[in-house]
Write a protein that binds this ligand. Structure first.
Ligand code: ADP
Ligand code: ASP
Ligand code: MG
Length: 401
């Protein structure tokens, strides 16, 4: 007998038939003699619909009230799935995030899990019940509802698997594993049998939404056995683990992130402290700065150019404008029509020529590179948003076909 955590995303519980399909998978796992904890997301596009509803009321909703609203989506799914399991003859109980023991920090809409008190889950498991937990939600120290950021149910599932020392954590979704690129965008993308935590973490952070990046971080930290698979087919999925068998694959995947903006601060005086002044402002507001490019000084001036998440672009701009006299620049410009396209693979550490092959593919597709950033196992380029899909396909063909 094993303890298995199974997470089902929004499309897997989108309607009545899908819920009964999930109930069948869960009931079979339970009937085989396993303890099962299930984590579910909100049905279909529910979370997007709730965000749109808030937008009908105000353009600037309180983040606390947003979390109060968004957490309702998952509550619908847990109750319906527990009912469907009952109909299937499988004993089950639903728990909200707080009933399941999720305590988070105070950061509404992007909270981090601080600790997970598993007493209630364990007590229900000991009664031979399947425990159906609402993903994406917790409670902060003011007893207010918080949510973990978009895609956060993956993190809820991995956190439960880690805390209970589960034998396996299965992330069921609408594709049958992790592919070399988003299969909806790249028809020739291939499913990977295995991928390392580090590679998956990069892919997830660089835009492959199939797993939430925090969930991968947690899985690596607590050595959780993680599998991504489809709720709609019975095919084996992708195993995410510390070390994979060497298959001679130079790169494992291509990812695209359209959630990015470039801020250019033009003609700052070329004196010590210019970058410090800019980036300390960003740090104060907890704005994540990604690629940074600083031109070398020319005629006493330099340009400081960097990327931020698209959702933070306006806040960053306002902050910079407010403090403009502190760095005395000529102009501050924001460009939101950009995308970041990246390749990821541990294999590039020991091979030369990977970057030039990527840039050649872009050159052949006549796509201009605006910024470049590299780390040991990834290379990212910033390009025009309109070119992003073409770029992903061109790069994928160059490495993976
Ligand atoms: P869920 O609702 O189950 O959490 P998501 O929509 O969050 O599902 O994630 C699954 C989607 O991730 C897939 O439908 C696919 O379009 C997208 N995706 C992006 N990159 C990849 C990739 N490299 N491999 C597989 N799927 C990917
Ligand atoms: N329902 C939430 C979202 O759409 C959480 C999740 O799906 O993981 O982001
Ligand atoms: Mg998801």
């Amino acid at each position: 007998m094993a303890l298995i955590v199974q997470k089902f995303g929004g499309s897997s519980v989108a309607d009545r038939d899908r819920i009964f399909n999930v109930a069948r998978i869960v009931a079979n796992t339970h009937a085989a003699g396993n303890d099962v904890v299930v984590v579910v997301s909100a049905q279909g596009d529910t979370t997007d619909d709730l965000i749109a509803k808030a937008g009908e009321i105000t353009h600037d909703p309180s983040q606390r009230e947003m979390d109060m609203l968004l957490a309702t989506g998952e509550q619908i799914s847990i109750s319906l799935l527990a009912m469907a399991l009952g109909e299937t003859g499988c004993p089950a109980i639903s728990l909200t995030g707080w009933q399941a023991g999720f305590h988070t920090d105070r950061a509404y809409t992007r909270a981090r899990i601080k600790n997970l008190d598993t007493e209630r889950i364990e007590s229900e498991l000991s009664k031979n019940r399947v425990v159906v937990v609402a993903g994406f939600q917790g409670l902060n120290r003011y007893d207010d509802i918080t949510t973990l950021g978009r895609g956060g149910s993956d993190t809820s599932a991995v956190a439960i698997a880690a805390a209970l020392h589960a034998d396996l954590c299965q992330i069921y979704t609408d594709v049958d594993g992790v592919y070399t690129a988003d299969p909806r965008l790249v028809p020739r993308a291939r499913k990977l049998d295995e991928i390392t935590f580090d590679e998956m973490l990069e892919l997830a952070s660089l835009g492959a939404q199939v797993l939430n990046n925090r969930s991968v971080e947690l899985a690596k930290k607590y050595s959780v056995n993680l599998e991504v698979r489809s709720s709609l087919t019975d095919l084996p999925g992708t195993i995410v683990k510390e070390v994979t068998d060497v298959e001679g694959m130079l790169i494992k995947g291509v990812a695209k992130d359209k959630d990015v903006a470039v801020i250019s601060i033009l003609e700052v005086p070329d004196v010590p402290g210019a970058s410090f002044k800019v980036f300390s402002l960003m740090a104060q507001k907890k704005i994540n700065v990604d690629i940074i490019l600083q031109s070398s000084g020319k005629e006493g001036h330099k340009d400081v150019i960097f990327t931020v998440p698209l959702g933070d672009a306006e806040t960053a701009l306002a902050l910079l404008e407010e403090n403009r006299q502190r760095f005395g620049c000529r102009d501050i410009v924001v460009d939101k029509d950009v995308a970041k396209v990246s390749i990821v693979g541990a294999g590039m550490q020991s091979h030369s020529g990977v970057a030039s092959r990527m840039f050649e593919a872009l050159f052949e597709a006549n796509i201009n590179i605006r910024m470049i950033s590299t780390s040991e196992i990834k290379i990212s380029v910033l390009i025009a948003k309109a070119d992003a899909d073409r770029a992903v396909n061109a790069i994928h063909d160059a490495f993976l076909n």
